[in-house]
Design a protein around this ligand. Structure first.
Ligand code: AR6
Length: 175
């Protein structure tokens, strides 16, 4: 089993231990993948999110998956792209690392990520793919005791899937 896979698909269909949501700081839903996750999970997800009282950029919080096939949803807030000089890269790295740490704390073995910040938040897809792949590869290498055995990057478009696959290949070579 490959520890990191790239697939084209809809993350709301994934029956993994946890899917990651590219949320906003309110955690009360929105468009893009966030909207799709809330629609598929149902109202109980919104109620659970309300009780979390928001989330800072780069941090992550966990809820159950409710009507989703995934057991949990890890809500993380990506940075809004502002040209790259406002700490966006570090914040995006934090999103991946904190989501992995939270998944591991819950004993999750399989985890699916969308391409955080690359939609409405405008992060350049190639740079975001490199950060995503390197952060996940580094985490798995440096935390062999983590419960997380497999990470799947679920991409909505062929273009994003290609970028992520080549970033994953590079990150694994470097390891
Ligand atoms: N499965 C997998 N990927 C998806 C799906 C899906 N069902 N739907 C969209 N994507 P975005 P952001 C891809 O805009 O840039 C929301 O309003 C999409 O093609 O969802 O982090 C939140 O509430 C893109 O590649 O998230 C925030 O306000 C990627 O997911 C804001 O958008 C991320 O795009 C967050 O913006």
């Amino acid at each position: 089993m490959d520890s990191i896979r790239v697939e084209r698909g809809d993350i709301t269909h994934y029956a993994v231990d946890a899917i990651v949501n590219a949320a906003n700081r309110s955690l009360l839903g929105g468009g893009g993948v966030d909207g799709a996750i809330h629609r598929a999970a149902g109202r109980e997800l919104l109620e659970a999110c309300r009780a979390l009282h928001g989330c800072e950029t780069g941090q992550a919080k966990l809820t159950r998956g409710y009507r989703l096939p995934a057991k949990y949803v890890i809500h993380t807030v990506g940075p809004v792209w502002q040209g790259g000089t406002r700490g966006e890269a570090d914040l995006l790295r934090d999103c991946y690392a904190n989501s992995l740490a939270l998944a591991s704390a819950e004993g999750c073995e399989t985890l699916a990520f969308p391409a955080i910040s690359t939609g409405i938040y405008g992060y350049p897809a190639d740079q975001a793919a490199t950060i995503a792949a390197e952060t996940v590869a580094t985490y798995l290498r440096e935390h062999p005791q983590s419960s997380v055995r497999q990470v799947i990057f679920v991409c909505f478009s062929d273009a994003t899937a290609k970028l992520l696959q080549s970033a994953v290949d590079k990150a694994l070579c470097r390891g």
